[in-house]
Design a protein around this ligand. Structure first.
Ligand code: ZN
Ligand code: ZN
Ligand code: ZN
Length: 160
């Protein structure tokens, strides 16, 4: 066996191990996230959460449907509903007519006090979670009860 071949083999082995290791870590992380929200891990749920984790901005239903075109649409929709009910994700109505989804912070309870501002770019039409900007406190008239706040700011994002 030539030294170069051997080196290539070792290198390749090392590389593969590294990738497998990363995949295992990622899967563990996904399962941990599901567990923390009392959601039973199924293959579909793991895959959907994986996609949601990879997003830099929010993702709309149509984009998710494209990624899971082989899966049954109602299964995908039910998965999202379960995630939302268990506060793993939140949905955003940004006024564009297509609902967007994003992961919640670990500590999020989707209570009005947990809510943040969303930003919709009028150029690329992407919607961002501005998690560092909480929605302002709203003092409602007496006997009015606050349930939820949907605050969407529009403008041009830093990528456009
Ligand atoms: Zn939330
Ligand atoms: Zn933009
Ligand atoms: Zn958000």
């Amino acid at each position: 066996m030539s030294a170069i071949f051997f080196y290539a083999m070792v290198n390749n082995f090392y590389f593969c191990t590294l990738i497998n290791y990363r995949a295992i870590l990622m899967k563990e992380n996904i399962d941990k996230q599901l567990q923390s929200r009392n959601i039973k891990a199924t293959a579909m749920r793991q895959l959907v959460l994986q996609v949601l984790t990879e997003q830099k901005t929010t993702i709309c239903l149509a984009e998710l449907e494209q990624k899971f075109y082989k899966a049954d649409k109602s299964t995908l929709y039910r998965t999202l509903k379960t995630f939302e009910e268990n506060k793993l994700i939140h949905s955003i109505d940004d006024g564009t007519g297509s609902v967007k989804y994003a992961l919640c912070r670990e500590t999020c309870d989707c209570h009005p006090d947990d809510l943040h501002v969303h930003f919709t770019c009028t150029v690329c039409m992407k919607t961002y979670c501005l998690t560092d900007i909480p929605v302002p406190k709203i003092n409602l008239p007496v006997k009015f009860q606050l349930e939820s706040v949907n605050m969407v700011v529009k403008g041009v994002c830093s990528n456009c």
